[in-house]
Design a protein around this ligand. Sequence first.
Ligand SMILES: *[C@@H]1O[C@H](CO)[C@@H](O)[C@H](O)[C@H]1NC(C)=O
Ligand SMILES: *[C@@H]1O[C@H](CO)[C@@H](O)[C@H](O)[C@H]1NC(C)=O
Ligand SMILES: *[C@@H]1O[C@H](CO)[C@@H](O)[C@H](O)[C@H]1NC(C)=O
Ligand SMILES: *[C@@H]1O[C@H](CO)[C@@H](O)[C@H](O)[C@H]1NC(C)=O
Length: 338
Amino acid sequence: MKFSILLSSSLFFAVSLAVPGSQGKGKERADFAQVGFSQENGGTTGGKGGATVTVSTGPALVTAVAGHAPKIVYVKGSLVMSERAKVGNNTSILGLGKDAAIDGFGLQIDKASNIIVRNLGIHHCIDTDAISATYSNNIWIDHNEFWSERSKGFDYYDGLVDVTKGSDFVTVSWNYFHTHWKTSLVGGDPEAGATESGKYHITYHNNYWRDLSTRTPALRFSTAHVFNNYYYNITAQGIHPRSGAQVMIEGNVFRDVADAITTYGKVIPADSPNSSPDGDYEPDGFANVLPDNIFHNAPTNITQVGTMKSVPYKYRHIYKPAKQVKEAVLAGAGRGKI
Ligand SMILES: *[C@@H]1O[C@H](CO)[C@@H](O)[C@H](O)[C@H]1NC(C)=O
Ligand SMILES: *[C@@H]1O[C@H](CO)[C@@H](O)[C@H](O)[C@H]1NC(C)=O
Ligand SMILES: *[C@@H]1O[C@H](CO)[C@@H](O)[C@H](O)[C@H]1NC(C)=O
Ligand SMILES: *[C@@H]1O[C@H](CO)[C@@H](O)[C@H](O)[C@H]1NC(C)=O
């Protein structure tokens, strides 16, 4: 008996060490290591090797994430924020347990690089987004939960994860996005093609998107890979490449999504303040929709088929056929899973 227990626990450690970032129990252990465009351009390590600190108040978080020295900031409990926390370079922000959260104001990543945010709830943020990245690069946003409420209308809260002003090399994985209007925008200005084309390499995988209106995500000028996500009850525009964005879409499940994938450049009034009553128009985007996606009550409008057919990083080792995605995402996305 004793011998076999010892054997199986040493086997457990061997497996854990062999697959960094993998967690969970027994055979169902999922591989939660970083996979995506955040691995390019030198990679994203956050505060690895730096000082560690645990914070349990909003002001302590604001202080802890400032500055560019490598640092790992653990968040304990639910923190009420009275301002946004401006995150410096080389920072990891990691929630502890199942209920770490920040409430009221979010994280501002501006002119910064090499940032990791994991296992954190970020909700009801005013004064722009739950996480906004501007002029920044190499960001990994993983296993978080983002939400607000729908009753205040589409323009009371802004985005949940917005990546704008030419930010680049971002991975958004295993997050739970819910109960919100404008979810995730990549590229904020349709007029900015001259300076922003060729930026916005971004990966979205294994996210759970539920009870949202638009932008799951919406993208301009981007090179984006969207795989193994589960979408449920999206009431307007879902994946929305426009202004020439190229998106490769594979292994996702869409259930009850009004406009599951649209490359049509029409931006509906519930997405943005509009210049005409039926919406604004900008150039269409491109979608390369690979065969393995599942659509239930989820129409698409692909006006331009894309040319994006590969990515520079390895992902096939975590890729799942679409028929396994709902179960894997419901089990693995959000807080308290790593
Ligand atoms: C901090 O981040 C910069 C990029 O902004 C990087 O060049 C540098 O190596 C990082 N420093 C450490 C100690 O990781
Ligand atoms: C922090 O990162 C930004 C964006 O990459 C870079 O412009 C800046 O030089 C970095 N600052 C330091 C102190 O390394
Ligand atoms: C879909 O989302 C809307 C908006 O959050 C919500 O009011 C509605 O109850 C949801 N429907 C289902 C079936 O969950
Ligand atoms: C699909 O896109 C075309 C433009 O190519 C547009 O005329 C049509 O109204 C769109 N359909 C829907 C359902 O949005």
